[in-house]
Write a protein that binds this ligand. Structure first.
Ligand code: ATP
Ligand code: MG
Length: 557
């Protein structure tokens, strides 16, 4: 037991303690996305954390849409978020919207005005922030700070009724204009926004600010541990102040901060991801190059690989940057166990086997997954004309080159030994075709007489293979941290112009009818999955990840 405790992360330790001391009998966490974009891998980290705690401590987790800013929120986002959470393998105990609490939040705001703890300020937002000055200087009190309670009550009611213009006044909490914490210098609680809300329609034209709405929503739901990212640490005194005003039970949520996930070679803020989408740098939120959950899904990532990734990086108290190679390592590990193997030639070079009968075809048995006996076998067809990978042949090959070279022999996976006899070139000297002979005695790739053939290459039968569009992805950004910029730069300066390469590959006919989402390994080439752009005329594959693992080498594993 003691030993187990030591391996708990700091949040689990807090919770264990709260349960042991009887502060809580059951824990409730929440995942509170703002529906203003699609979820990204950072959100996935937060989801795994919150829902993971529910599983570990047999508690509950709510999904709460933090929909307090109607100017950027849409139903499309709400739906995609629910889909992504489910896809990751989690089930929320309750589905809530912060907008469900607008009436209650309003009533509490009125209560604060009545108690002299909030007032309507008719100054501009600029003026208000100017008067906050800086942490080491006392702030300047608004001339409206000590206006009569009745006046504030009347104006706040009028704000709600739509009698005042946007920007003309706000409701502020009356806390401490001299606090060293700027968030405590009379923060804004409500602003006027004459915007249609995706759920409450036109009922409201004042909307609560995050700092006011968030903790109170946690309280209403009985959240015990409200986990958020580090930048909210400085908001915690305000979170607690608002709770002080309403809590009569002593059972209140505790805000705990952890380090947000940052990943190399990508951006993660929703604003920037939205920019990439609206300016068409990518095909959409689910472009397979995006760090979004929907992009990763389309790219061929499995929920398990993302959950394992989240588990592996753990929860930290300090900001850091995670190598995207670790994420790639996780999907490779998962697909190695799950994905069936097939042959696909990405850069085809035609090979004619001159001593193989022209009208003959035969089939070989191939194991679908050497890591999984239950995955079974399939038949792979063979004839006198096949395709091999262009770079598996080398005309002027060094001694150490064990694939196909003039006069040399190579093993065709599952099939025969072939020997290169002749190179056919076009007028420009490009190799268009190879003429080879095969050894009928080497069927199944067995050496008939003990002679050594070191190299084994993959191939497809030209008579049965199918053409497929293959999309090869590279990192979306050229810079490890595209948010780390010099003054006159933008993250867009570091977009990788070659992040997408489209090729036509030849793949074995067993995959001709593969459904969208099917994930396979093309032997020696990597993991690929069928993209939703496929139709009856054309199959489109995404490369999920190559086979070569750059991460474990870097990490010294
Ligand atoms: P962004 O800055 O990308 O717009 P956000 O924090 O505004 O993200 P929310 O919808 O408010 O997005 O986030 C929902 C939850 O996900 C919050 O609890 C937030 O702390 C968490 N979260 C967001 N980004 C990350 C991240 N990179 N790593 C871990 N958790 C994150
Ligand atoms: Mg946010």
């Amino acid at each position: 037991m003691e030993e187990k405790k030591e391996s708990l992360n700091f949040i689990e330790q807090i919770i264990t303690n709260d349960l042991e001391t009887g502060k809580h009998e059951k824990i409730i966490t929440r995942f509170p996305p703002e529906p203003n974009g699609y979820l990204h891998i950072g959100h996935a980290k937060s989801i795994c954390l919150n829902f993971g705690l529910k599983e570990t401590f047999k508690g509950k987790t709510n999904l709460r849409f933090d929909d307090t800013n109607p100017s950027k929120e849409e139903t499309e986002y709400v739906e995609s978020i629910m889909e992504d959470v489910k896809w990751l393998g989690f089930d929320w105990d309750n589905l809530y919207y912060a907008s469900d609490y607008f009436d209650q939040l309003y009533d509490w705001a009125v209560m604060l005005i009545e108690q002299g703890k909030a007032y309507v300020d008719e100054q501009s937002p600029d003026k208000i922030s100017e008067q906050r000055t800086n942490p080491t200087t006392n702030g300047i009190e608004s001339p409206f700070r000590n206006r009569p309670i009745e006046e504030s009550l009347k104006l706040f009611a009028e704000m709600k009724e739509g009698k005042h213009d946007e920007g003309s006044m706000v409701l502020r909490a009356k806390i401490d204009m001299n606090s060293p914490n700027m968030h405590m210098r009379d923060p804004i609680m409500y602003r006027i926004m004459k915007k249609h809300h995706h759920r409450t329609g036109d009922k409201w034209c004042i909307y609560p600010m995050y700092d006011y709405a968030h903790g109170q929503s946690d309280y209403i739901e009985g959240i015990t541990h409200s986990i958020c990212t580090l930048e909210f640490e400085v908001h915690r005194p305000l979170y607690d102040w608002f709770l002080d005003q309403i809590d009569t039970t002593g059972k209140r949520p505790r805000q705990i901060e952890f380090a947000r996930l940052n990943l190399t070679y990508t951006v993660m803020s929703k604003r920037k991801l939205l920019d990439l989408v609206t300016n068409k740098y990518v095909s959409g939120w689910d472009d397979p190059r995006m760090p979004t959950v929907s992009g990763l899904r389309r790219r061929g990532y499995t929920p398990e690989s993302i959950r394992n990734f989240a588990e592996r990086i753990g929860v930290a108290k300090r900001e850091n940057m995670i190598d995207v190679g670790l994420l790639e390592y996780m999907i490779r590990e998962d697909l190695n166990k799950k994905a069936n193997r097939y042959m696909g030639v990405l850069d085809p070079l035609k090979v004619v086997i001159t001593n193989y009968p022209e009208d003959k075809t035969e089939e070989f048995d191939a194991k679908n997954n050497p890591e999984d006996e239950t995955a079974g076998t399939r038949k792979v067809s063979f004839s006198n004309t096949i395709y091999i990978e262009r770079d598996d042949f080398m005309e002027d090959a060094p001694n150490k080159f064990f694939r196909l070279k003039p006069g040399g022999e190579v093993r065709l996976r599952y099939a025969y030994f072939i020997k290169c006899e002749n190179i056919i070139k076009d007028a420009d000297g490009n190799i268009t075709e190879l003429h080879c002979t095969y050894d009928p005695e080497s069927r199944g790739g067995q050496s008939p007489d003990g002679r050594k053939v070191k190299g084994t290459i993959h191939w497809v039968d030209s008579k049965t293979c199918v053409d497929a569009e293959v999309r090869l992805y590279d990192r979306l950004f050229l810079k490890e941290n595209p948010d780390d910029l010099d003054e006159n730069e933008t993250y867009l300066d570091y977009l990788n112009p070659d992040s997408l390469q489209i090729i036509t590959a030849k793949i074995e006919n067993n995959l001709a009818d593969a459904a969208v989402g099917t994930t396979v390994q093309f032997e020696r080439k990597g993991y690929f999955c069928v993209d939703k752009d496929s139709n009856s005329d054309k199959q489109v594959w995404n490369r999920t990840v190559g086979l070569k693992d750059s991460w474990s080498k870097i990490a010294g594993k």
